[in-house]
Design a protein around this ligand. Structure first.
Ligand SMILES: [Zn+2]
Length: 325
């Protein structure tokens, strides 16, 4: 599967589909409001382009700005907002009920070829976590009163000190298990809705680009994503392996893909970035070529390119993608 992300509503969709077809890209991953545009679905079908709708669970700027009580609280004691990312608390039942309704409505009015559940984890801005960072330095969430109370209740413990660092230092194992079980329950809820709607619709889950042991096992203790617990609910795992962004070498893409495949026996399709993000240095043609090479290396089942407009404006990188097909 070679797919590409499409986030811009104002593009000429016919042109987009035509281009993707000529580049050998058969899958587009896009957001509900783009998918629901007039003729988007029908035109995609006409061009033989398959569509994966990305459904965001905990990131919802529009909702959270109107309902600020539902923001997650980070280990720095602030609302979980970073740049474009607005993150909800993992234990707000009000928030989850609304998201369930959104997903049910979306499934009723659309016939995508795949659903990707995204932002299904605890808060962390992994995009700016680098190889030399320490576990203790990573800002995470949620540490709101409700989350801490639910944690205490689940383990029958009483925490004297509600300081996030103290909790992670003294109860790391329980805290990690609790976070992973919260995310597992949420994955179960949302995948059940999808399976009930259409049993054969493939479900992809997006995961943070960390190996199981990176930063002291932060994929579990920070993000709450335990692949062994989540694998049976989903069909495809897509790690957001934007290696350049997180200052890793391209082979890191393959390392994560291989580890996820070994742990889950599921199809793994890593994400590849086309252009620099957050950092100043560009992604050279050579580096991009390496990223593609490691991206498609077995046991990978393909790649997802981030994103359409970056590839449209870069002929050299486009030609490398064309050569993959
Ligand atoms: Zn919370």
């Amino acid at each position: 599967m070679i797919g590409i992300y499409l986030f811009n509503l104002s593009l000429d969709f016919k042109q987009v589909f035509e281009n993707c077809k000529s580049w050998g890209i058969k899958w587009i991953l896009t957001l509900p409001h783009i998918y629901n545009q007039n003729n988007f679905q029908n035109t995609a079908k006409k061009y033989g382009i398959k569509i994966c709708i990305i459904f965001s669970i905990y990131h919802d700027k529009e909702y959270l700005e109107k309902n600020p009580d539902d923001y997650a609280i980070t280990s720095s004691g602030r609302k979980a907002i970073h740049d474009w990312l607005h993150f909800a608390c993992q234990t707000s039942t009000k928030y989850i009920e609304i998201k369930k309704k959104h997903l049910e409505e979306l499934l009723k009015q659309s016939q995508p070829d795949m659903i990707a559940i995204d932002f299904i984890r605890f808060y962390v801005f992994w995009e700016e976590v680098y190889p030399d960072d320490l576990f203790e330095e990573i800002e995470d969430g949620c540490y709101c009163t409700r989350c801490i109370n639910q944690f205490q209740h689940s383990y029958g413990i009483k925490i004297e000190n509600k300081n996030p660092q103290w909790i992670k230092k003294n109860y790391l194992e329980q805290w990690t298990n609790w976070k992973c079980s919260v995310i597992e329950e949420i994955v179960k809820i949302f995948t059940t809705i999808i399976r009930n709607h259409s049993h054969n619709l493939p479900i992809m889950i997006k995961t943070v680009p960390w190996k199981n042991d990176d930063y002291n096992g932060a994929i579990q203790s920070i993000a709450g994503q335990n692949i062994l617990k989540l694998k049976d609910y989903i069909d495809i795992i897509s790690p957001m392996t934007y290696s350049h962004m997180i200052k890793r070498k391209p082979n890191y893409i393959h390392d994560i893909t291989e580890e996820l495949n070994e742990m889950s026996s599921k199809k793994v399709i890593p994400c590849i970035q086309i252009e620099k993000t957050y950092l100043d240095d560009d992604i050279s043609i050579q580096e991009f070529e390496e990223m593609l090479k490691y991206g498609v290396k077995k046991p990978s089942h393909g790649i997802l390119l981030f994103h359409y407009q970056y590839l449209e404006k870069d002929e050299k990188k486009r030609n490398l993608v064309k050569n993959l097909v």
